[in-house]
Design a protein around this ligand. Structure first.
Ligand code: SF4
Length: 340
């Protein structure tokens, strides 16, 4: 069996799940037995930290007891998150778990990184001479945060289908793969009645905090933009960016170019994006300033409906009467604005 501290640091590993199975810890014991009270408290702590700090937080892993409690707190936190049910919170929590693992992974040896990455079944090799990880391009494309320019394929070296990565970049790929896995799992699990009952007060407390946070965001001034007048395509893209979903590069580009055409300045655009759980101001600023022509020779304009459709970012099932009448998201917005 893998060491307990490893399982505690990486509770998403199959071995961690097996530990719970092999030790026959029932859900009833986990929720009610006083032996596991610490695990329950840490489970809640993970969620509070995810909400407040974007990292589920470090605790001492000095003894077997510490490690077991840490390990068991992970399924508890996940089950509570499912019961809270809020998409923004699910995304924040998944990101916080992934960031937490990244902070441990970044200090792991090469062999440990390879072992842990086995979990995600990447097609990888290790180039000992150059001390680089080589990842097959399909795995790279699936997991790299390609919304940032340094991750675009064009900025990477590829040989025989494999992309060469530093240890730090490979660790980031694991972070993204983990985040995406947790997101999928949270979206497909159903809230268990027993969890809902056992953690009722914390579920209510956290739901209230999330609601308060949402209201705070909603009443913050948003430049001259009226979100209610956005065409369906921009509404969808903005919603996805704000909830931290993986938006294709063209979607982000179209959104920024659209807001730029409406004369929103960089800070106003960044403010709109800043509610995303994975918001990184410096990187977003770079992208916005590039598209708006502040740091490049071109101020890009937002693509028309034909182009939006060809990029697959026009939600055709949500098109309305104005969509049918006009051929550009900007015209749609301006007509709605004038008609107010
Ligand atoms: S038809 Fe045009 S404005 Fe309407 S959703 Fe599609 S791209 Fe947007």
């Amino acid at each position: 069996m893998t060491d307990l501290p490893v399982l505690a640091k990486y509770p998403f590993l199959k071995e961690s799940k097996n530990y719970v199975k092999e030790n026959e810890i029932s859900i009833d014991e986990l929720l009610n037995d006083s032996i596991y009270e610490r695990a329950r408290l840490i489970g809640i702590e993970r969620l509070d930290n995810a909400f407040n700090k974007r990292d589920v937080g470090n605790r001492a892993l000095a003894t077997d007891y510490d490690c077991i409690m840490e390990l068991l707190s992970y399924p508890i936190a996940r089950m509570i998150t499912v019961c809270i049910g809020d998409i923004y919170f699910k995304r924040s929590y998944a990101l916080s778990e992934a960031v937490h693992s990244y902070n441990y992974l970044i200090n792991e040896s090469t062999s440990n990184l390879i072992k842990i990455s086995d979990e995600f079944k990447f097609n990888i090799k290790y180039d000992k001479n150059n001390k680089k990880f080589l990842i097959y391009f399909t795995d790279y494309l699936k997991n790299a945060p390609t919304r940032y320019s340094q991750w675009k394929m064009i900025n990477r070296v590829m040989e025989n289908g494999y992309i060469s990565l530093s240890s730090k970049d490979f660790t980031r790929i694991i972070q993204e793969a983990l985040r995406s896995r947790i997101n999928n799992e949270l979206d497909t699990r159903k809230c268990s009645k027993i969890i809902n009952e056992s953690f009722k007060s914390d579920i209510i407390r956290l739901s209230k905090l999330i609601e308060k946070h949402r209201k705070k965001i909603e009443i913050e001034p948003m430049g001259s933009l009226d979100e209610n007048k956005l065409p369906p395509c921009m509404k969808e893209i903005l919603k996805s960016i704000q909830s931290g979903e993986n938006v294709p590069h063209m979607g982000r580009f179209a959104m920024v170019a659209f807001l730029n055409s409406l004369k929103l300045n960089t800070s106003e655009i960044l403010q709109l994006f800043s509610t995303a759980p994975d918001f990184e101001e410096e990187k977003s600023r770079y992208q916005v300033e590039h598209i708006s022509g502040k740091t490049s020779s071109t101020s890009y304009t937002s693509p028309g409906c034909d182009k939006m459709r060809s990029y697959g970012i026009c939600p055709t099932e949500k098109m309305d009467e104005l969509c049918k009448r006009y051929r550009h998201p900007l015209t749609y917005y301006k007509v709605k604005w004038r008609n107010k």
